[in-house]
Design a binder for this molecule. Structure first.
Ligand code: NAP
Length: 321
């Protein structure tokens, strides 16, 4: 009997694929850093049983209609805003994501971004590289303290809680906002539930960890930035669509907020002439939240196990429902 076909939309290490080679005919796109062209994706998907895809692929109705043998799409991310779930369901295709395995790495990155923005780490590094360090002075590159300040976490889910645990170690007051209260976490982490306006109003650091949904679209808009303290720092590690970037640029230029640390953007990748890149008080990263070698390998492994589970009938581990 012919083995089911598995298509992977980027070049990934062969070693991770080894345990799955005997059960699947595996093929993958030839480049690690370049997304698969749409026409190649459609061609490959037409006879695939499983697809391991990235955020860079728009998995829409056309894709699901083309994949007549397709049973499962495993997204290499916890967010799945690149996938039309409705179209997948109608086509009878299971969609899986990678929650949990990337939680701690993404929280590490969020906290790195928070610390780096508050203490102007990138700017300070650039200062030396440009040979501007002539002498010491009392307020040279003085930033904002992190310890004992108030962090406001918007989206206290898995990653939000992991960020909160890190904030605990810095003696921070922890405020959070979700659609639902998490009483158990409040006890464990010492976090306080507040409404959105109160969080914006009180936090020194506003951290976005909400998923991209129609409800969260542009939830950080002009009004939201106006509610924030002028000294506050905005950190976004969730998705670019939650922010109105024009409003963010304006808030930074008018001093409505003091700085921002961003891992995600409305349209990715951004180019070097993006208005957020010409500001010394903004640190931008190329969507590397979960990008540690260990975590990326765990994410790939989980995707492959999800695909294997669906195709062999034992069921997926982390299905998007
Ligand atoms: P999660 O456990 O599902 O947490 C999301 C939280 O957001 C939930 O607690 C949810 O609580 C809250 N939420 C959802 N809709 C909301 C709304 N309209 N208003 C307020 N709160 C809302 O997900 P996670 O694993 O922590 O991941 C969170 C997001 O981080 C992902 O969706 C992804 O977009 C992003 N992410 C980014 C990277 C990166 O590389 N930068 C890496 C991993 C994840 P309620 O349901 O009670 O509202």
């Amino acid at each position: 009997m012919e083995k089911p076909k598995l298509y992977i939309t980027r070049k990934v290490p062969e070693k991770i694929l080894e345990p799955f080679q005997q059960d699947f005919t595996i093929s993958m796109w030839k480049y690690e850093e370049e997304p698969v062209p749409r026409e190649v994706l459609l061609k490959e998907i037409s006879d695939s049983h499983g697809v391991l895809c990235m955020l860079s692929e728009t998995m829409d109705r056309e894709v699901f209609n083309t994949g007549s043998s397709l049973q499962v799409v495993a997204n290499l991310a916890v967010g799945y805003d690149n996938i039309d779930l409705h179209a997948a369901r109608e086509a009878g295709v299971v969609v899986t994501n990678t929650p949990g395995v990337l939680t701690e790495s993404t929280a590490d990155l969020a906290f790195s971004l928070l610390l780096a923005t508050a203490r102007r780490i990138v700017e300070a590094n650039q200062y030396i590289k440009e040979d501007k360090w002539k002498q010491w002075s009392p307020y040279l590159l003085a930033g904002m303290d992190v310890h004992n300040k108030t962090i406001g976490i918007v989206g206290m889910g898995r990653i939000g809680e992991a960020i909160a645990r890190r904030a605990q170690g810095f003696g921070m007051e922890i405020l959070y906002h979700n659609r639902s209260r998490k009483v158990e976490s409040e006890k464990q982490i010492g976090a306080t539930y507040v409404d959105y306006a109160t969080l914006l109003n009180k936090a020194d650091f506003v951290v976005s960890v909400v998923p991209a949904t129609p409800q969260t679209n542009h939830m950080f808009n002009k009004e939201a930035f106006q509610k924030m303290k002028r000294s506050s720092i905005f950190i976004n590690i969730s998705r670019g669509s939650v922010v109105n970037e024009n409003a963010l640029v304006e808030a930074l230029e008018t001093g409505e907020i003091s700085a921002a640390g961003l891992d995600v953007f409305a349209e990715e990748p951004i180019r070097s002439d993006h208005p957020l890149l010409n500001k010394t008080n903004v640190i931008c990263l190329p969507h590397i939240g979960s990008a540690s070698t260990e975590t990326r390998s765990s994410m790939l492994q989980l995707c492959l196990e999800n695909i294997s589970g669906v195709i062999h009938g034992t069921g997926p581990i982390t299905e998007v429902k």
